[in-house]
Design a protein around this ligand. Structure first.
Ligand code: SF4
Length: 380
């Protein structure tokens, strides 16, 4: 396996949360702090993959879980070690996902001082009753204070997560939340999905909870799309809205094929190696992950992407964004016959307007993003 010099991204998974939100099916373990031996394991894993990643970092992302359980000292330790291995250009985007429960002016100032330059805040809603329903540990007041602290600490790059499609969430409540967030550079809006293995999933199985009706999903999605676009946001990906220049560079990497190294329990990684494009991932189990790193296990679970998988991935990632896919790029990578077949399969979607063909591009217009999954499945 050889390394290719390139731009790449780094993702660090922090799989700890103070408590589990009843709708969440991300991998995380209950804890009020991040143990130092987990930091040591992340550093050891960084060293393990050093021979496989060269080049410059485009972005670093601390995701979770709850990365704001990290102390500024722990983040400093991690960033110094990363900078020791890789050049960090001055415009390297360094994002930390933050829960309003941990927010304070002093914490945010300390994050700035150690190099974090973007925060992604889990606001979810600015309605206290909905926050309680979602099992969040913060109030609407704390969420607004978080944004104020971030501004005071001079974080100009801010993203807010919002959930729509929540039972009992009226359009007025959603509208009030969105309007209160209009100063923020980037907004990620997600539909609440009820997953089987979660407490919400179990409530649903017992008939005590029901996903919202399709009309509600459509109305909530349309509200996010129209309100935020009217306010000057670019609806540039299914769930993502940004003010000019406010795109998440880290996520853009996922959608446009940039290699990424994922560190931490449950983290995923992707790179094009001598034998082809490879994806690999760590165990979503803390002791197994820690043991594997201590034993020097590389690529614990992995797959080589076949041509078919690469094609599917290319369609799925490109069509998530408003730029869509370039037909000439596709012809170059996958051959002209495949593109001719794609255009034939696209006819139905083109006639309904859920897909548009303009010049060299095929794309899903933002107002049709809600049904993007069906469109993409139809093409794949
Ligand atoms: S804080 Fe985030 S990652 Fe943790 S349980 Fe809640 S939704 Fe899941």
């Amino acid at each position: 396996m050889t390394t290719l010099p390139t731009m790449f991204s780094l993702y660090l998974h922090i799989p700890f949360c103070r408590r589990k939100c009843p709708y969440c099916d991300f991998f995380s373990t209950p804890s009020g702090a991040v143990p130092d031996d987990y930091i040591a394991t992340l550093l050891a894993e960084l060293e393990l993959y050093r021979p496989y990643f060269t080049g410059t970092l485009a972005s670093i992302y601390f995701g979770g879980g709850t990365p704001s359980l990290l102390t500024a000292r722990q983040i400093d330790t991690l960033l110094r070690a990363i900078a020791h291995h890789y050049p960090l250009p001055s415009d390297c985007e360094i994002t930390l996902e933050c829960n309003p429960e941990q927010a304070s002016l002093a914490y945010f100032q300390a994050l700035r001082a150690v190099g974090v330059n973007r925060l992604s805040v889990g606001i979810q809603s600015l309605d206290d009753a909905l926050l309680r329903f979602l099992g969040r540990g913060h109030s609407a007041r704390q969420a607004l204070d978080t944004l104020a602290f971030a501004e005071k600490a001079q974080f100009s790059r801010l993203s807010a997560d919002v959930i729509y499609g929540i039972p009992l969430q009226s359009e007025t409540i959603l509208e009030t939340t969105l309007k209160a967030l209009l100063g923020v550079e980037h907004i990620s809006a997600y539909h609440l999905s009820i997953e089987e293995a979660t407490p919400f999933g179990k409530m649903q199985a017992r008939g005590r909870l029901r996903e919202v009706d399709e009309e509600v999903s459509v109305a909530h999605f349309a509200l996010c799309d129209t309100l935020l676009r009217a306010a000057g946001y670019d609806h540039y990906e299914i769930s993502s809205f940004a003010r000019p220049e406010g795109y998440s560079r880290h996520n853009m990497g996922y959608w446009f094929d940039r290699p990424y190294l994922g560190l931490g329990a449950g983290a995923h990684a992707y790179a094009v190696m001598a034998e082809g494009a490879r994806r690999w991932w760590n165990a979503s189990h803390l002791p197994t992950y820690m043991r594997q790193v201590s034993e020097g296990v590389l690529f614990p679970e992995s797959e080589l992407l076949t041509d078919e998988l690469r094609w599917e991935e290319w369609l799925m990632t490109r069509l998530r964004t408003r730029w869509g896919l370039s037909l000439s790029e596709g012809a170059q990578c996958f051959g002209m016959p495949r593109i001719a077949r794609l255009l034939a399969d696209a006819a139905l979607f083109l006639s309904s307007g859920s897909l548009v063909h303009a010049d060299d591009h095929l794309f899903i217009p933002p107002q049709h993003f809600l049904t993007a999954d069906q469109t993409i499945r139809g093409l794949v």
